[in-house]
Design a protein around this ligand. Structure first.
Ligand code: PRP
Length: 220
């Protein structure tokens, strides 16, 4: 199908991009360049009116909210931190699966500290998720917001624990950290700008439906 109305799709490099490629293919869309090797931020596709923009994972909901992109693929982690304002979230794409967990330095007795009612210092890129989790547990925390390499925080003594994404667990292991409590399962969601959905209904519906069918087919 040819899509005549211009459509901009926001993606982030890495797993989300890789696992979105087959979904785009199901909608007849293929990026025509090697995204991982390029420094470019805007990419053409085989569809003359569809382009892909590459942004940081945490910025995908922002670009879609403000109309910098009509739709995007965002991890649930980034979506929760963003808050989801102005976004239509029609689909759990069930890709880039991982979890958000609490991790500590090997040897730190997290269970004991929690039981004692200790005040914990938590380093994380995910303050909303962490705040909500510890509030529900009744654990008092001080939050230190970081933007990456969270593993360093407990190793340097800057924090008692981190709240971070865990997939294989290799990063924690390589840094002598242990996962002590899972917080939530994460997968990527399709997010759509609400105004775009009205103004560009036909092309966006085509993409949403194709993604939905591809996700359903994969699960059967
Ligand atoms: C995430 C997370 C960990 C790593 C966990 O980082 O922050 O560093 O993946 O994966 P593993 O359990 O398979 O080792 P990501 O690669 O998303 O990049 P980031 O450092 O920019 O968050």
């Amino acid at each position: 199908m040819t899509i005549a109305t211009p459509v901009t799709i926001a993606l982030s490099k890495g797993r989300i991009f890789e696992e979105t490629v087959p979904l785009l293919a199901a909608a007849g869309i293929a990026v025509t360049e090697d995204v991982e090797k390029s420094r470019k931020l805007i990419f053409d596709t085989n569809q003359p009116h569809v382009r892909v923009v590459l942004v940081r994972a945490s910025d995908v909901p922002v670009y879609v909210q403000y109309g910098g992109a009509d739709l995007g693929v965002s991890g649930l982690d980034s979506l929760i931190e963003h808050g989801g304002q102005g976004l239509y979230q029609p689909l759990d794409l069930q890709i880039a699966r991982c979890r958000v967990s609490v991790a500590v330095r090997n040897g730190f007795d997290y269970a004991h500290a929690v039981k004692q009612g200790a005040r914990l210092r938590i380093a994380t890129k995910y303050p909303e998720i962490a705040r909500h989790f510890f509030a529900k547990k009744g654990v008092h925390v001080d939050m230190v917001k970081l933007y990456g390499s969270m593993e360093l925080a407990p190793l340097t003594g800057m924090a008692d624990a981190i709240v971070d994404l865990v997939s294989t667990g290799n990063t924690l292991k390589a840094n002598d950290l242990v996962e002590v409590e899972p917080i939530m399962d994460i997968s990527s969601r399709l997010v759509v700008n609400q105004a775009s959905l009205k103004l560009k209904q036909a092309p966006l519906r085509h993409i949403i439906d194709a993604f939905a069918q591809a996700v359903a087919a994969k699960n059967n």
